[in-house]
Design a protein around this ligand. Sequence first.
Ligand code: 28G
Length: 637
Amino acid sequence: MEKYEHEYGADQIQVLEGLEAVRKRPGMYIGSTSIRGLHHMVYEIVDNCVDEALAGYCSEIYIKIEEGNIISVEDNGRGIPVDIHPKTKISAAETVYTKLHAGGKFGGDSGYKVSGGLHGVGASVVNALSKWTEVTIQRDGGIFQMKFEKGKTVEPLKRIGDSDKTGTKVRFLADDSIFETLEYNYETLETRFREIAFLTKGLKINIEDLREDSEHKAQFHYEGGLKSFVEFLNKNKEGIHKEPIYIERGGEVPVEIAFQYTTSYSENIYTFVNNINTIEGGTHLEGFKRALTKTFNDYAKSHNLIKEKDPNLQGEDIREGITAVVSVKVKEPQFEGQTKTKLGNSNVTGIVSSMVNEALSNFLEENPQIAKAILEKCISASRARAAARKARELVRRKSALETTTLPGKLADCSEKDASKCEVYIVEGDSAGGSAKQGRDRKFQAILPLWGKMLNVEKSRADKIYNNDKLQPVILAVGAGIGSDFDITKIRYGKVIIMADADVDGAHIRTLLLTFFFRYMRPLIENGNVYLAQPPLYKLSKKGMQDVYCYTDEEMANHLNEMGRDGVNIQRYKGLGEMNPEQLWETTMNPEKRILIKVKLEDAIKADETFSILMGDEIAPRRKFIEENAKYVKNLDI
Ligand code: 28G
């Protein structure tokens, strides 16, 4: 009891002021008030269940989206303590829900929450941003309940019944005067809870959508932990060894790692700190990469797979085709980087790398077949990289010699400030011609592409440099590719893909997006890639201005407005059917056009999509196309 002393010392007014601050500046505490922040409300509560699971007391969580966008979360842990502090007369549970705990996740410089250490952080923020919250606790033989409105206690904790079970249940309705929307996206929540289940071996997570017209539910439970995660990530790829390699160590910085090599050429390493996806990597990632490079090189030399005098295999070669998940738990994590998702704690590098060195070298000694298969792939990656370097140098030399470094087909713009410039990558020569005539040549450049594009998913970097379809794109963008890519060198602030609204158009769009995703990812991350949206229909009627429609729905609405009689409907099958003026008016004029920004919401989803669409496996591709048969609406890749 003594240890609560100082925690309960703060007086009640202080507490209320604390939660008022949350309502005044919600973004500081929950990240944003968009749907993103709304989803964070659920994550904050579920995090508390996960903490209880990590402490070893909770094995199952139930999450429900109830009618009216009420969220219900229940765990079978110990239940939040209900004892009342003699001085403040407030229960421990009420304190958790009304006291603003130091260091909101998004607030200022304060520390982040550490899973397994700081129960309840975030619960008061969720409470403050909810119209109402209801907490029900089972423990000490009883059922206890308390209720809040906008963070204020309306019913303090009281015993409402008996129970021999234990656990916590929280229901809340997010405040619609704070959030832009209350419509939770089931898929988003499901994806995150699947991820948490992978990251928390053995934990059962149930999610159910009970809203009208939505019938979804799922249970996630992985005894394999990260090993299952890697199997999941590789489900559409072909492994070069059967099972992921798995490493787990406890201690001061618990580390769990799984990885598997596939026949693909891309490198997919996902890292987590305290279950938070560290998109920008950091010291844990460095440690893992360092150990991979060292251990594989040591093994290759000592087993004569490469000669003693040969140069070492480079990290890049050793990571070709790898899918890995690295998860660490750090007591006081320092997050750095633009989006604060880069681990900074410098001691973590050595901890991870020495652990992986030891475990991996043992593994390779015990599994020489697997070692050989992986190293053969690394060695051929290394050869391809050498060829790619030559090809790249050739491109560079060529461009240094020629008066212009730009591809011949490019019609460049006159503006010199790259941030104001746009390049339209246009499918087909005829559409390219119209675009060249229709554009505003001050700031709009046109690069026509024609013929069959290379599928980068099935090729190595050397092929890409040499490819006559991609080379113009690389040169026009002007910032290199792969690990050489330098976003500060891009020649256009907007790279706009303009393709027909048909199957072929969708195909070329996907090929280009795959290329940008695999070889110019910062371009997507930085929001420089756009899709032009040409109209699907033109409606004309005597005495009225022509109306362009971009969707079927829009057309139906306009037809009703215009009165259907005497309206001529032209369906555009391709960009080539529009004359330069029409193309400018409908698709290129910044005042009128619709541009779709390509966003990288979730790299895991995007990787999955591209390996399904572009990879070797046929069954998942058919399934994906069937499931997404409707014209691609959601362009977050
Ligand atoms: C259902 C939705 C969200 C939770 C617990 C369990 C304990 C706890 C939560 O303690 C207060 C402060 C530091 C110990 C801890 C129970 C120890 C013993 C808990 C949840 C007390 C918070 N018995 N389960 N908080 N600590 N589940 N689920 O919130 O000293 S929060």
